[in-house]
Write a protein that binds this ligand. Structure first.
Ligand code: CUA
Length: 328
């Protein structure tokens, strides 16, 4: 009969297997456990705080685990019968003072560092006139309104190196605006107006995700922020501002708002099929449903301007009604 596997070896084997299984998850995507590369001064402050806290808690974790293992080995029973008590250890004043004072000092360092960095978050963005943009959070999309009234859905454009003041609101349930590369998380709460000031310092497109569970399609409530050179940004906002009667906004709205529940081909998903719905031919009926919602469908278009409503209906009719079979 083979000798039974000894317990320490089995423990070690389990530990190694667990470490192997968790390693790919830790290393996957954006550098494993690290936050994404900061694209604004506030994001870089938040990253500093993350690293300091990770370093300190990591050191404490190692200290506790190593001490635990040393004690397990050093004070093991060594064949002593179970009912016999081991050697009794009495207090150690200096050690007790150290483990009381140590955590106090560590917490004071963390708190001091966090207050220092956080107080700087909006200061870094406060110089100069700010670009004012409103973020209106909805089940399950982000609507951005620019200073000239231009509108975009799920895709925010920002000018490089200009301070931006975001006004964040919601008209249905709680959502949370979060683009990790650009800074902190700010909740969108019905009946409240919140603000986030930031200054993007890197060109590129950064991903965001609604960070408050807001309903069935919460996971689909993604956003992207495109930081552009100032002249490109201005040209885009001007172009989009004169977009009435243009199908571009209609398409963006369909993809960001309707398709999340009804499918990109209108084929139906958690919402019913709309591609073959005869209602698409009736302008009045479809406007009412978009404005007021129906059944479990939220009032997605309750505060769209007329141009956005017109463009969206035009896109729907062009693709699914007049287009006949194209939508399936
Ligand atoms: Cu909006 Cu989750």
């Amino acid at each position: 009969m083979p000798a039974p596997v000894r317990r320490p070896r089995r423990f070690f084997l389990c530990f190694a297997l667990l470490a192997l299984a968790l390693a790919p998850a830790a290393l996957a995507g954006n550098g494993g456990l690290a936050p994404p590369d900061p694209a604004s001064p506030s994001a870089s402050h938040i990253r500093d705080i993350y690293w300091l806290i990770l370093a300190m808690t990591g050191a404490i974790f190692l200290l506790v685990v190593v001490t635990l293992v040393v004690f397990l080995v050093r004070y093991r029973s060594r064949g002593r019968p179970r009912e016999v008590e081991g050697a009794q250890v009495r207090g150690h004043t200096n050690l007790e003072l150290a483990w009381t004072a140590g955590p106090v000092v560590l917490l004071a360092v963390i708190a001091g560092f966090v207050f220092w960095k956080v107080s700087d978050l909006s200061a870094t963005a406060s110089s100069g006139a700010k670009v004012e943009i409103t973020i209106d959070a909805h089940q399950y999309y982000w609507e951005f309104v620019y200073p000239n009234g231009a509108v975009s859905v799920d895709h925010l454009r920002l000018p490089l190196d200009k301070p931006v003041r975001l006004t964040i609101v919601s008209h249905d349930v709680d959502h949370s605006w979060w683009v990790p590369a650009l800074g902190g998380k700010v909740d969108a709460i019905p009946g409240r107006t919140n603000h986030l000031t930031l200054r993007p310092t890197k060109l590129g497109t950064f991903r965001g995700q609604c960070a408050e569970f807001c309903g069935l399609q919460h996971a689909a409530m993604l956003s992207q922020v495109e930081v552009m050179p100032v002249s490109d940004y201005q040209a885009w906002v001007q172009h989009r501002g004169s977009l009435a009667g243009n199908i571009e906004l209609g398409k963006e709205t369909f993809v960001g708002v309707c398709a999340k529940c009804h499918g990109l081909a209108g084929q139906g998903d958690i919402g019913p099929n709309i591609a073959s719905n005869p209602l698409l031919g009736e302008r009045a009926g479809i406007s009412t449903i978009i404005r007021e919602g129906t059944g479990t469908m939220p009032a997605v278009g309750q505060d769209w301007n007329k141009a956005q409503l017109d463009d969206t209906i035009a896109y729907l009719q062009q693709h699914f009604h007049q287009g006949g079979s194209s939508g399936g």
